[in-house]
Design a protein around this ligand. Sequence first.
Ligand code: ARG
Length: 471
Amino acid sequence: MASPSRSGAFQEAVDRRVERFTESVSFDQRLFRQDVAGSIAHARMLQAQGILTESEASSIEKTLREIESEIEAGSFPLRIELEDIHMHIEHALIERLGDVGRKLHTGRSRNDQVSTDFRLWVREALDRVDERLLALQRAFVARCALDEQVILPAYTHLQRAQPVMAAHYWLAYCEKLERDRERVADCRRRVNRSSLGAAAVAGTSLNIDRGHTAEALGFEHVSANSLDISSDRDFAVESVFVLSVIALHLSTWAEEWILWSTVEYDFIQLPHAFCTGSSIMPQKVNPDVLELTRGKTARVIGDLQTMLVLLKALPLAYNRDLQEDKPAVFDAFDTVEAMLELAEPIVAGSRLKVESINARLDRGFLDATTLMEFLIKRGMPQRSAHHAVGALVKAAMTNGKRLQDLPLSQFQELDPSLGDEVYEVLGVTKAVEAFVSYGSTAPTQVANQVRSWNDRLANGATERRTPAEIS
Ligand code: ARG
């Protein structure tokens, strides 16, 4: 079967090994819907420009739709001689329509065609990711009501640091996911530019209308430089970067919950439908989904690396290397979409083991910093208060006590004017209540944040406070 791209210039048939090495249909078949959409838009534009007749454009559209249904149904044979999905579709069109089919590629090259299809695919995929991010945010926000009174230890250096409301924890992830959504939206703007009509590299001498196709395909802008856009893959790198950051966030969450689900922490019960067992140890309920969320993050970062190295030092404009962009981009999307799909039911279906958490909240001196700030409020310089509380912690630790167990006389050694009010900031509950700053874990602050997140997720609006609004 002769490939439509082999012109009369060739003196011999292509070597079979070359076909095997250079084909892309094994992976770019995923672009068939976008290819059909792009080709229909192109044909209708050619009609509007008087290059195709109405009946030619209509039979092209009808036949392309038939081909699309056949590919969808799995009844359309794919063969490497035809290199990629774009050639397959055009070849089938020509087989069915003869000369009319031979007109479709007028004023177009596979270079701008591939780029257009790929942009359409990435645009849809970004929208799916955004929906999944939103669903995960909803799951975290729903947890806030469920865990309303729960206090958790917050860690720095994985050492117990300060007490926080559980909702503060959940909203921390909502914030991260919100930045992910901002990045998705921002990246989408650069994806959503039309390259169709840039042709091979320099544009075309035919009277095409690039605005027409751009509009039909829902692109926001028409790229202004054919030499630039025919080989531009910034949008693809960027989308994989955006996915990498999402994966990083998910890996942090996964790692945290893996730890929390251990006997050592005993903070969380993961839903058993999302856990796996061991073939030898009958007692095991393993967090494999979380582990693979952590593990598959490596693939996504690898895909980003692939994209960056692929593009490094490529001369303008199209080079065949660019074909290698698709496996990396598809893999990054597939991986992150699967991670998000599982994260949502795990977040929704897990339960904090409140008794076990509470039983050890008094350990680790989570209230030490609040005590220090209490002394600062009474006029003690920060460094002195830091030192003094450190000494109290040492004394308490030596005797296996908590700060609130120390007698008043011991506090009065720091400041003879101290009275019983010192006990008002000791213990995790009181320590949490002592917080006041914007963005802190103060229960009123957290309640406001929960309310604002519920509103935001209900009406889709993002909220950002300016410094003036906070002061
Ligand atoms: N299969 C190729 C790809 O996906 C098609 C490129 C066509 N352009 C070319 N000049 N050979 O990138």
